[in-house]
Write a protein that binds this ligand. Structure first.
Ligand code: HEC
Ligand code: HEC
Ligand code: HEC
Ligand code: HEC
Ligand code: HEC
Ligand code: HEC
Ligand code: HEC
Length: 312
């Protein structure tokens, strides 16, 4: 019996260590792929010359191991998605031709991911300017790296972090001439000039997501995926700078943010319909005004009672 227990423990320990060995991106030095793909340089055995050689790594093929360890696909190992033939170097040239799974290949029709509405997202994405112009050449992976993706907006309780994560996806291409040209074949319009009608551009880009102005707000999806043509982009200041701001139906709609605001931590007073961006209410002042109001009322009542009593 004791022997059995011992074997069981030994087995589970070896299972755990095998698991973390195979799957951990943290130990990049020992990972069979990351020892090359997380560094600026790599070494390999040149079998023709019969000696080790050191070369520079293509910067676009250097992976961020920290981001991968935090990503939603961290339980995967490289060869769950890429061919196991990559284990040898030089890689077989034909591997370039291998089609990789798309988000929908794995998540489409899967009940356990139903709350993300992958199919609805795809539907909306297919209406977007990107898909209309470039078709399947513009895949989900152009915005979402399968290596590092995290569903930030539904999980973070920090507006600035949500905005930053989301906008980096757009800027990674719209502010990167090479990536933009790769897909379009021409230069990218300068975002600063395009938006020069917007005052405090930097402040806006830090506080609102690009998609707030470039998609229509949908109730059925957490994140709208239909990027509209530029002629339909939002330009009206009052859409956001007003009492019922559209941001309440988009950026501030997340449950995690609502919950935080109930605890009084969030600077945006979400539940309050009359909140106007740029005119923050100060809770202590509000409390003080209520106290003053009550005190005044009590004063008036006491004063009135005394006067009535005196008259008699
Ligand atoms: C000895 C270093 C080294 C090792 C180990 C290595 N790679 Fe690579 N890999 C490279 C280099 C260099 C390139 C750039 C293109 C080339 O030389 O083939 C590359 C390219 C790639 C590409 C891009 C292919 C393309 O053209 O789009 C993928 C995907 C890839 N490797 C995956 C892997 C995986 C998965 C592993 C582990 C199973 C791995 N690599 C192990 C060095 C390595
Ligand atoms: C969940 C699936 C998945 C896993 C796990 C994965 N990859 Fe990838 N990888 C992809 C996809 C999809 C692409 C193509 C991206 C695109 O189309 O832009 C890609 C592209 C690449 C590229 C080409 C450069 C790039 O970023 O486009 C390299 C190199 C690479 N992967 C290496 C690796 C290594 C090394 C690992 C393990 C540490 C790994 N991948 C794990 C799905 C995955
Ligand atoms: C090779 C199959 C595969 C591909 C391709 C893939 N995923 Fe996943 N994804 C998974 C699996 C399996 C999990 C669950 C991982 C776990 O158990 O932690 C997952 C987890 C997730 C989660 C977290 C779900 C949750 O609630 O925990 C999100 C979000 C996600 N994927 C989005 C995407 C997006 C976006 C793409 C395309 C860019 C994509 N996935 C591509 C298989 C895949
Ligand atoms: C033009 C860029 C872009 C493209 C293309 C794109 N997305 Fe997104 N997606 C975003 C942004 C921005 C977010 C919000 C980021 C965040 O905080 O998660 C997002 C969020 C998501 C989420 C999380 C939603 C939630 O409810 O939490 C999923 C799942 C997703 N996208 C899947 C997809 C799939 C599947 C495709 C392809 C059919 C796709 N995306 C194409 C930009 C894009
Ligand atoms: C406050 C609303 C707003 C925000 C926030 C915003 N945009 Fe725009 N954007 C617009 C409007 C309106 C136009 C149309 C401008 C015109 O045609 O003169 C536009 C135009 C564009 C264009 C078209 C450029 C061209 O002329 O071809 C791109 C690309 C673009 N925006 C990307 C972005 C990105 C990326 C972000 C996030 C960093 C962003 N926008 C944030 C309102 C906004
Ligand atoms: C991989 C590169 C890439 C990414 C990522 C990307 N875009 Fe684009 N986007 C393009 C290209 C290329 C065009 C030019 C399309 C054309 O030629 O009409 C474009 C066009 C646009 C336009 C202008 C449409 C018009 O009417 O001219 C807007 C607005 C836009 N993108 C917004 C966004 C937003 C918002 C995001 C992030 C959620 C984003 N893009 C992510 C490459 C990208
Ligand atoms: C997509 C929503 C949105 C649109 C459209 C928009 N803004 Fe803003 N604006 C914001 C947010 C969010 C902030 C950050 C406010 C804060 O932190 O309280 C901001 C900040 C500002 C500020 C600085 C206010 C301060 O408290 O420092 C000014 C000025 C401003 N916006 C003017 C404009 C003007 C003018 C327009 C129209 C041309 C416009 N905005 C359109 C959302 C928007």
């Amino acid at each position: 019996m004791k022997y059995c227990l011992f074997l069981l423990i030994l087995f589970s320990l070896s299972f755990v260590s095998w698991h973390s060995d195979a799957q951990s991106y943290e130990n990049a030095k020992h990972h069979q792929c990351l020892k090359c793909h997380s560094n600026q340089t790599y070494s390999f055995m040149n079998s023709v010359k019969g000696k080790e050689e050191k070369r520079l790594m293509n910067p676009y093929f250097i992976l961020d191991t920290v981001a991968m360890t935090n990503g939603v696909h961290k339980p995967f190992d490289c060869t769950d998605c890429h061919s196991s033939e990559y284990a040898s170097y030089p890689h077989n040239g034909n591997l370039k031709l291998e089609p990789l799974s798309t988000c929908l290949d794995c998540h489409g029709g899967d009940e356990s991911f139903a709350s993300y509405h992958f199919e609805r997202i795809e539907e909306e994405f297919k209406k977007s300017v990107h898909y209309k112009v470039y078709g399947d050449n513009f895949s989900c992976s152009k915005c979402h790296s399968q290596h590092t993706y995290v569903a930030t907006s539904r999980n973070s309780d920090n507006v600035l972090e949500i905005v930053d994560y989301s906008n980096k996806m757009c800027l990674s291409c719209h502010n990167d001439m090479k990536k933009y040209e790769l897909i379009s074949g021409h230069e990218n319009p300068k975002l600063r000039q395009v938006h020069d009608w917007l005052p405090n551009q930097e402040l806006h880009f830090k506080n609102v997501r690009c998609i707030e102005c470039h998609t229509e707000v949908l109730d059925s999806l957490q994140v709208s995926h239909n990027i509209l043509p530029k002629t339909q982009a939002l330009r009206k200041c009052v859409e956001c700078h007003s009492a019922n701001s559209r941001l309440q139906a988009s950026l501030y709609k997340y449950h995690n943010l609502q919950k935080r605001s109930e605890n009084g931590e969030l600077k945006m007073v979400l539940a309050n319909e009359s909140y106007v961006i740029g005119s923050h209410q100060i809770p202590h002042l509000k409390m003080a005004s209520i106290v003053i109001f009550i005190l005044t009322l009590v004063g008036i009542i006491i004063h009135a009672t005394f006067r009535i009593l005196k008259k008699k």
